[in-house]
Design a protein around this ligand. Structure first.
Ligand code: C2E
Ligand code: MG
Ligand code: MG
Ligand code: MG
Length: 284
């Protein structure tokens, strides 16, 4: 009968939930100062060409080196930052870091340099200053616009008002690549996709589950993934498979024409130093 007492009251009597909320509140409150003190840092994970195993791109993934709690992954704080709005300055900071890093790769590796792929939260995609911010950061860092990709989830891109779409079109005209992240987990109006300024679909890692072993591949997962890749190609988009952990998954995705893969099989997210070494060993 606890539920019939109403959600709010139930929460009062749930010590675990209460503790979690207090902890979350503390994290939220500490984030602005943490951003000032540069407690956040960015790891990078390669996107690998499934035909030649060269590094095509690198995704920027933010982390928080919390002075008491140690290293926190984005799942601990991105949602909170979205709620408080801190995601806008935090996201801008990540974008600047990532563009600076990618500029170093541009200088070091020339035409073989990977693009950097940066996650954009829903709130950032609705921020009226987004296009100006991106343009300013590209100008300031000297990174070629074609070496920047922005990842948005389906919910950030679909069924939105016109303004965010106009922003994406403006970014696309600048030469910035747009990717849909975790594709297949949200709701997408597939017909609508063709009107969006999108260059790449990233197929969510959950679809890789059924392809883990070659002998025991799940036929439904295999067909869904094949259909998604065909759809992307029909729309002129490239495809990245996320969460590739086994050889069988990489092989299957290559067989159905998926261009790139990202996952622990190839490389875990790592520091700029480690990932720079990885790129140098896997140059186009
Ligand atoms: P995402 O954008 O889908 O990023 C991929 C996530 O999958 C990363 O988790 C990565 O470490 C993890 N991953 C990579 N390969 C594998 C694999 O083979 N197996 C498994 N099981 N996982 C793999 P991470 O770094 O914890 O990031 C989680 C999410 O946090 C990201 O998902 C993204 O949505 C969000 N995020 C990360 N950085 C940022 C950021 O700067 N801004 C925003 N708005 N969101 C971010
Ligand atoms: Mg992503
Ligand atoms: Mg993803
Ligand atoms: Mg995600």
């Amino acid at each position: 009968w606890a539920k019939s007492a109403g959600k709010g009251r139930w929460a009062l009597f749930d010590p675990d939930r209460n503790a979690t909320e207090v902890a979350q509140f503390h994290l939220s409150a500490k984030m602005p100062a943490a951003l000032e003190r540069e407690e956040f840092y960015v790891d990078y994970q390669p996107l690998i060409g499934l035909r030649d195993f060269c590094v095509v791109g690198v995704e920027a993934l933010v982390r928080w080196a919390h002075p008491e709690l140690g290293r926190l992954g984005p799942d601990r704080f991105i949602g909170l930052a979205e709620e408080t709005g801190l995601i806008v300055p935090l996201g801008r900071w990540v974008l600047r870091q990532a563009c600076r890093q990618a500029k170093q790769w541009q200088d070091e590796f020339g035409s073989a340099a990977p693009f950097v792929s940066v996650n954009l939260a829903v709130r950032q995609s609705r921020d009226p200053k987004l296009v100006d911010d991106v343009a300013a950061i590209l100008a300031e860092t000297g990174l070629e616009p074609s070496r920047l990709q922005l990842e948005l989830t389906e919910s950030a891109i679909m069924g939105t008002a016109d303004e965010p779409l106009d922003a994406l079109r403006a970014l696309s005209r600048m030469g910035v690549r747009i990717a849909i992240d975790d594709f297949g987990t949200g709701y997408s109006n597939l017909a609508y996709l063709r009107h969006l300024p999108v260059h790449e679909l990233k197929i969510a890692g959950s679809f890789m589950e059924g392809l883990r072993d070659a002998e025991r591949a799940d036929p439904v997962d295999a067909r869904i993934v094949g259909t998604l890749v065909d759809l992307a190609h029909a729309l002129g988009l490239t495809v990245t498979a996320e969460g590739v952990e086994t050889q069988a998954q990489a092989r299957r995705m290559a067989d159905i024409g998926c261009e790139t893969g990202q996952g622990y099989l190839f490389a875990r997210p790592g520091s700029p130093v480690d990932i720079t070494a990885f790129i140098a060993e896997h140059l186009d």
